[in-house]
Design a binder for this molecule. Sequence first.
Ligand SMILES: Nc1nc2c(ncn2[C@@H]2O[C@H](COP(=O)(O)OP(=O)(O)OP(=O)(O)O)[C@@H](O)[C@H]2O)c(=O)[nH]1
Ligand SMILES: [Mg+2]
Length: 299
Amino acid sequence: MDKITRAGFIAVIGRPNAGKSSFLNWIVDEKLAMVSHKANATRKRMQIIAMYEDEESINQLIFIDTPGLHEKERLLDRFMLDEALKAMGDCDLILFLSPVHDDLKEYEKFLALNKKRVPHVVLLTKVDESTPEKLLEKMGQYAKYQEEFLALIPISIKKGTQKEQLLATLSKFLPTSALYYDPEILTTDKMKDIYREFIRESIFEKTSKEIPYFSDVVIEKVEELPQLEKIFAQIVVEKRSQKGILIGKDGKTLQRIGKHARTLIEALTGKKVFLKLFVVVKPGWSKDKKSLEEIGYDI
Ligand SMILES: Nc1nc2c(ncn2[C@@H]2O[C@H](COP(=O)(O)OP(=O)(O)OP(=O)(O)O)[C@@H](O)[C@H]2O)c(=O)[nH]1
Ligand SMILES: [Mg+2]
C-alpha cells in the first residue's frame, strides 16, 4: 500500500526569547538559525524543514522561524512584528511557544492576534527549568482554553523530549499534500543569509547593552573555493561611539566576533573560513525605510 503524504507550513510564534530558534535547530539537528540569551535576536522569517516518516505516511513539516511578538516602535521592530504576523496569517498550523514560567497573558495576547483563527498547538518550553508540580499547575491553567488549541505539549530541548514523537503528533495536523521541497533540503534560505545571521549572533554574544540592537550585517561578497569559504561582510552601526565599542581596544572585540562567527560557519560548511569584517556607521538605519531595504529587510 502506498503511504499518504502530508506537507504544510508551520509558523513558530512566541514572545522574544521563548526558544523558537533553538527549538528549530534542535528539530533538524543542525545549527541553522541564530540563537541568543538576549531577546529580539531573530529579525526575519526563515524556513527550516523537517521530514517525518512512519509506516503509513511521509510528512514534510516546513517550519517558519519568526521574530518574537513584542510592542516596540522603531521601524525595524515594526518590521519584525509584521514578519511574525505575516507568517501567522499564511500557514497551515501555528506552534505557539511559551516558556513554562510565563503568565497566560502572553497566550491571551496571541489569541487576540490570531485573527484568522489558524489551528494551533501550544508548546510549553524550557520545562527543564521547572518542577513537575509547577508544570502541572501551568497545564491546569491552560485547561480553561482547551477549546482553543489542538494540543498542549511540554518540551525541553535540553532534557527528555522525544523528537520523533513530537514530529509524529504535529504531522497529523498537516493537510494531505504532495511534498513542496526536495526531502533532502533543510532550509530554503541562502547560505549567504545564514552567514549573516551567524555574524549577528556573534555580535549578540560578544557585545552588550545597546550594541546588538543598533547593529546589523550585510554580506558583501562570498568566494567559494573548494576548501575555503571567503566572506567579506559589513557590520552596520548607528553611531561612531558604537563603532568604537564594536572594534574594541586594539581591535580585540571585532576579533572575538570574527572568531565566533568563523567557528559557527566552519561547523556548518565543513570548510575553512576566511572572514573579513568592516564596520560602517549609518546614522538612523534602524528607523529608515531605505536603509533597512539596503540592509536586506523587505519592508
Ligand atoms: N533551559 C532551557 N533553555 C532553553 C531551551 N530552549 C531555548 N533555551 C534558551 O533560551 C534562550 C533564547 O532562545 P532563542 O531560541 O534565541 O529564543 P527565540 O524565541 O528564538 O528568541 P527571539 O529570536 O529573540 O524571538 C537561549 O539562551 C536558549 O539557549 C530549553 O529547552 N531549556
Ligand atoms: Mg529567534
